[in-house]
Design a binder for this molecule. Structure first.
Ligand SMILES: C[S@@+](CC[C@H](N)C(=O)[O-])C[C@H]1O[C@@H](n2cnc3c(N)ncnc32)[C@H](O)[C@@H]1O
Length: 260
């Protein structure tokens, strides 16, 4: 196994994304066309991890640690980390189950490569350059599939869930860690201010993002279904034993399910 990307199937997103004008109105990448999302993550890749830690006050590490437990991975389990980015979720899993084998896939090569310096164990983590909508794996390959803060960016949620199900073994476990609308009314003004004002202005500045990646982050989270709605979609894929819980401070949810 290697930490260099194994397969480069040239994800089918020709053309380059145009820079979004900093005007009022919905962010132009909210349509989530693959080539735009890919370009956006290519752009912020060098500073992605640092800004994650900064803006979450390091809570993101704890979210991932809690979330990977849902997969109940064991020594020898083969786990897919789809939309793996720099590999933080893969690392969290390998920290807990050093004997597992993780394959991380992502369509942004700069994201895959910029996580290289903090990978835990190159023998247990392989990287694949691939679109989550067209995973280059046979049916029933994995014991577990996880996605951390990635599925919100995929243009077709139902198709992505179907593809994740396809590569899971029957009885295999799915885990999705994703932002979720805050349920507590009294917390909403704080999140609206932080996520809607502080995060976009500071994030766009510090990441030097011409595509206004952190404005997209805010708007894509607002546009994202409630945890109940996401659970319904997972159930409809179909998966069974679908459960979810929120993690503190309430803006993140972990969904888990078993492949029917
Ligand atoms: C917010 S980052 C999350 C990275 C990582 N999972 C984490 O926990 O930090 C989202 C990642 O999803 C990837 N992504 C979005 N849509 C994708 C798709 N259709 N296929 C593959 N990767 C995708 C992006 O390139 C990016 O690296």
């Amino acid at each position: 196994m290697t930490t260099e990307p194994l397969i480069s199937p040239s994800p089918k997103h020709p053309g380059s994304a145009r820079v979004a004008p900093a005007s009022e109105g919905p962010h132009p990448f909210l349509d989530k066309e693959g080539h735009k999302i890919q370009a956006l993550f290519d752009e912020i890749a060098p500073r992605y991890d640092v800004l994650n830690r900064l803006f979450s006050c390091f809570i993101d590490l704890w979210w991932r640690k809690k979330a990977v437990k849902s997969l109940r991975a064991k020594t020898g389990s083969c786990i897919l980390d789809a939309c793996c980015g720099t590999g933080d979720l893969s690392n969290a899993l390998l920290d807990q189950v050093p004997g597992a084998v993780v394959i991380g896939s992502d369509f942004s090569l700069p994201m895959l490569l910029s996580g290289k310096h903090h990978r835990r164990d190159s023998k247990k983590l392989a990287l694949v350059h691939a679109d989550t909508l067209q995973l280059p794996f046979p049916d029933h390959t994995f014991d577990g599939v996880m996605v951390g803060f990635g599925i919100r960016n995929v243009v077709d949620l139902d198709a992505a869930l179907g593809e994740l199900r396809r590569v899971l073994k029957p009885g295999g476990r799915l885990m999705i860690l994703e932002f979720t609308p805050v349920r507590q009314r009294w917390l909403r003004p704080f999140f609206n201010f932080y996520q809607g004002k502080i995060l976009p202005s500071l994030g766009n500045l510090l990441s030097r993002s011409k595509m206004r990646a952190y404005s997209y982050l805010d708007e894509s989270v607002r546009d994202w279904p409630t945890a109940e709605r996401l659970a319904d979609k997972i159930r409809a894929t179909p998966f069974h034993a679908v459960n979810w819980r929120t993690l503190l401070p309430g803006n993140v949810a972990v969904h888990e399910a078993i492949r029917a």
